[in-house]
Design a protein around this ligand. Sequence first.
Ligand SMILES: *Cc1c(COP(=O)(O)O)cnc(C)c1O
Length: 443
Amino acid sequence: MNSTNQSLKPLTTKINSAGNIEIGGCDLTALAENYGTPLYVLDEHTVRSVCNDYKKAFSGYEKVNMMYASKALCSMATAALIASEGFGFDVVSSGEIYTVYKAGVDMAKVLFNGNNKSVDELILAVELGVGRISVDNFFELSLLNEIAKSHNKVVDILLRITPGIECHTHEYIQTGHLDSKFGFDLTQIDDAIDLILNNYKNLKLHGLHAHIGSQIFETSIYGDEIEILVKEIARLDEKFGLQLDEINIGGGLGVKYIDTDCPPSVFEIADIIIKRLNDCVERYGINPPVLFLEPGRSIISTAGVTLYTIGSSKQVPKGKTYFAVDGGMADNARPSMYQAEYYAELVNKPEAELSSQVTIAGRFCESGDILIKDIKLPELEEGDILCVYNTGAYNYSMASNYNRVQKPAMVLVNNSQSDIIIKRETLEDLISHDEIPDRLIRK
Ligand SMILES: *Cc1c(COP(=O)(O)O)cnc(C)c1O
C-alpha cells in the first residue's frame, strides 16, 4: 500500500480553474500576493494523512509510541497539529522543549535527545517533566544524575547506543555507524549500566535507543537494528536482571524529493519492523517491549512547499541560463550543504510547454547558493512564482539570517483557508538583539 511520504507533492496539489496551482484549496499565486515571497506553505491535510499512515501501519503492534522528531520543523502550530494526531515529540534543545511546552504538549510524551545537552537544557527538561531523556554518553549520565538528585527526582532514561549499522545515505546524515559521534558504543553499555545500578540512584533506565540516519531508502536496516536492540536487551536482562521494556528505533524514513526517488512506504517498513520485532521477542525470550518511533522528515517534508518570485537572470555565453529567486541557501540550506535535489513548477503557468534547461540560483552572496541545477521549466519571466516541492523538513528549521535577510513567513493551508503560523521577520526583528556599546555612540 502506498503512503504519503511517497508523494512528490502535497496530496491536495492541483491545477485550479484559473490555471494556477493550488494546495489546500488555496491558489498559490494568491498566497504569494497576500503574504509575499519567499513563503513556506504547509498543507494540513498532508500532515494528518502521513500521521494516519503511521498509526494505521503500526496498529498491528500493541505498544507503539509515535514521537515526531521536532528538529525537522518545530513551531507552536506544528506541535499543536501533530499533538492532535496523538503523537509525542522527540526534542533536541531547550528551544524545542520550550516550543512544544508552550504549544500545550503533554510533557510526559516528550523525549529529549542530543550528544551534548547543556546543564541548563537538562535542568529545563527535568523541571518541565520531560517523559524520557535519551542519555548519550558517560559525562551526561553523571551530570543528569546530579541534576535529578538536586531536584529530588528520579528521571526516566533510555541509553542511546551506536548499533554499528551503515546506511547508504549522505555521510553527514548517517548516525548509526561505529565511529559516529552519537551514543554509547556497544562495548560501553555494561559499564554504563553498572554505574546506573550502583551509583546513579536518581536515574531509572527503561530501555535502549538507536537512530541510524536520515533519508533512508533501504528497508532491511530497520530489521537489523531491531535485532541488535532486542539481543542487547535480552543479554542485559540475563546479566543484570534488568527487564528493560522499551526500544526506540529512531526515525529516518525517506521522502520523494525528485521523480526518480522511490522511498519505501510506511506500510512496508511497518510490516518489516513488526515481523522482525515479534520474531526477535520470541527468539530471545523477552517480553514484547514498547516500540518508540521518531519520524521527522517523513512526517513533515511532503506537506511543505516554498514559493519564490523569479527575479534577475543571466545567460552565460555558451553556458548555463541562471534565473535568480528571492530566497535560497538561508531558507533552504540543503542543496548547498549536501547537494540535495528538488523539483519545482511554475505556479502561474504549470501547464505551459517546457523550454530549455535552466538553473535556479538563490539571492545570497555565495556561488554555491544554487537551489536547483538544470531543471526544465516553462519560459520564465520576472515576477513568475516558482513552487519548490518537499521543503517541509529541514528548511525552516535550518534557516539562517545570512546576509541579514529576514526569515520567510509560513502559512498553514486547509479547506481553502490559510493562516499565518510563523510571521515573516521584520527589519526591526533583525536588529532587535543588537547593542552598541556607549563608547561607540557618536555624541
Ligand atoms: C534526526 C533524528 C530523527 C529524525 O530523523 P528523520 O530522518 O527526520 O526521520 C529521529 N531521531 C533522532 C535521534 C534524530 O537525531
